[in-house]
Design a protein around this ligand. Sequence first.
Ligand SMILES: [Zn+2]
Length: 343
Amino acid sequence: MNKEIVKLPKIDLHRHLDGSVRVETILDIAKKHNFSLPTNDVNELKKYVQVSPQCRSLSEFLKTFDFFYNFLKFPDVLERIAYESCQDAVEKENVKYLELRFAPPLQTNPEIRFSEEDVLKSILNGIKYAQRDFKIKVGVILCLYRYYNITEEQNLKTLKLAEKYFSSGEVVGIDLAGDESKYSVLLYKKFFDYAKMIGIPITCHAGEAADAKEVLNAIKLGAKRIGHGIHIYEDEEIMKIVKNEGLTLEICLTSNLQTQVVDSIEKHPIKKYYDYGIKITINTDDPSVSNIDLNHELNLAYDVFKFNLDDIKKIILNALESAFISDKEKRNLLEEFNKEFYN
Ligand SMILES: [Zn+2]
């Protein structure tokens, strides 16, 4: 691991809260809420809730969530995992600005009358305490979901929540996640139109499992950032649009490898996009499930793709530029980053 990279101040724009849960915490929550796990040993448990370094399959990747997903549907748990996720970002990765994303309907719990808004409030509490205790700023992105087990009505609720908490600055943007190979972003046009109308920034998972066209669709509907966008190399015209419109790709290297978006890390188009002049950023996606962190991902870029330290700094500044924060906040962060980059 390159020590200079570890020291750099960083930004992560694409991190899922439910993919950032400490394994020790899963064990703890299971005890507290009387859930059963296949083992009570932390190291053993890692084999179930983290993918192996050899993982090359989306289904293996998604299976890890099954072991703990039901544990997350409680206020104390959500507050805790949000807090710890921010703490880890600061203490282990020197992240100064973090955008955490989740879909509120996935954590509701009718048995305890725990609603979408309660989910958001619990997570915002955890973030508030983390921002009090650590030097980090965190913005929440609420994920709409391509219909799978989330209804249109639930998506609408998420959007309304985003609107309500956008004015206070606690929610900074919306995302569309879920299975893009079955459900095109075009099915969600009305949600995007509404988001544009109220001025809430949009990012969208696209071009990960589906082809380049899905990225173009997301751009047409107003997405300023694209989660992954790996497949745009298939269409030079779309690459041009992404470049010329100054759109941002939220790239997550290890995740792309583990879910088999690319066959091998060497085949990842990240360098091609960077050299082409596309604004790329490097992010973690699901650090706990992937058993990686942002240091690891930036180091991967450095080792495999021969990005030098100046490239890495530029990629971090791309994230700063693309963050869903005000220009004033960007200027303040930039000043802080420049000081740390060049002293
Ligand atoms: Zn993602």
